[in-house]
Ligand binder design. Structure first.
Ligand SMILES: Nc1nc2c(ncn2[C@@H]2O[C@H](COP(=O)(O)OP(=O)(O)OP(=O)(O)O)[C@@H](O)[C@H]2O)c(=O)[nH]1
Ligand SMILES: [Mg+2]
Ligand SMILES: [Zn+2]
Length: 285
């Protein structure tokens, strides 16, 4: 039996971590400074060693990227899921897109519950879109080629069907699925913990509690525009080089609102810009 192994953290509960290795899943503790203070994320590649009867995480490989709230590391794609119920929160979608792009993670829009109604996401011409239904046989198949060979994490509001889609992908009811609260049509936050599920052939899927606590990344408001690929074709025609597209004269992006730039996308851009601006002010006042 080997005494050291390499593996990947698939779950963490308090200071116990499940690490997927070539020799099965090992329950591990963390060594000294790595212990419990948030230094080990689901998705981390780690080295573990046997110390008498227990496995201990010895080191964590440098991360390619990470998302916070919840913490998850080394992600290629983020599957931002929306559904007709609960009603989509597109500000959340836009913030997750910004965070992904800032971390070098490719955002993909997953339009679930298309058996009920297809949510209109035509404003997101800058993001790959996949239509799904976790309730229909084969309704998650369109995701297979998108995620193959990648580490992907699901994000989005409670009850849009993130866990249901993963269950559909793996063909079993592994993950707990929750109903909507009848009165409010809101989710009940069924998934409480981030968990990474290996699907084989180096494909990994993370279920999460959705990142609904997410704030936009801490970027200067003037840099927010850099994360809007749909504004990009028009930006060079703005009169000012550093145009934020908020109130500068002769703004080419603003001139496209309602045409090539979605009105909703632009309105929400202003909301997120104001939020970042407010946060800056509070920080430096
Ligand atoms: N009609 C329909 N219902 C779905 C579909 N996918 C999921 N649901 C239902 O939506 C509800 C929520 O599904 P979950 O998979 O628990 O949603 P979640 O996004 O994981 O929610 P949290 O874990 O709370 O973040 C359940 O009642 C599912 O049966 C779908 O494609 N169509
Ligand atoms: Mg869930
Ligand atoms: Zn402009």
């Amino acid at each position: 039996m080997k005494n050291t192994l390499r593996g990947r953290v698939v779950k963490g509960v308090a200071s116990r971590f499940s690490v997927f290795t070539e020799d099965g899943v090992k329950t591990c503790l963390a060594r000294g400074r790595l212990k419990s203070d948030g230094l080990i994320y689901v998705g981390d590649y780690v080295e573990i060693a046997r110390d008498r009867d227990v496995w201990v995480i010895e080191s964590v490989a440098p991360r390619k990227n990470a998302l916070i709230r919840p913490y998850v590391a080394n992600i290629d794609l983020c599957l931002i899921t929306v559904a007709p119920v609960p009603a989509p929160d597109f500000v959340l979608v836009d913030k997750i897109i910004v965070n992904c792009l800032a971390e070098g993670i490719t955002p993909v829009l997953v339009v679930n519950k298309s058996d009920i109604e297809k949510v209109d996401v035509s404003e997101y011409n800058c993001v790959e879109t996949v239509y799904c239904s976790a309730e229909t046989a084969g309704g998650a198949d369109a995701l297979v080629p998108v995620i193959s060979g990648k580490t992907v994490c699901f994000a989005g509001q409670s009850a849009v069907g993130k866990s249901s889609l993963i269950n559909a992908l793996i063909g079993s009811a592994l993950l707990e699925v929750g109903a909507l609260a009848r009165k409010t049509d809101r989710g009940k936050h069924t998934t409480r913990r981030t968990e990474l599920i290996p699907l084989g052939d180096d494909t990994w899927v993370a279920d999460t509690c959705g990142f609904s606590m997410l704030e936009a990344v801490d970027i200067p408001p003037a840099e927010l525009r850099l994360y809007y690929d749909d504004f990009e074709p028009f930006r060079p025609a703005c009169r000012f080089n550093g145009c934020t597209h908020i109130d500068e004269p002769d703004c080419a992006v603003r001139a496209e609102v309602g045409k090539s730039v979605g009105k909703g996308r632009y309105e929400r851009y202003k909301v997120i810009f104001a939020e970042l601006d407010e946060r800056r002010k509070n920080k430096y006042d």
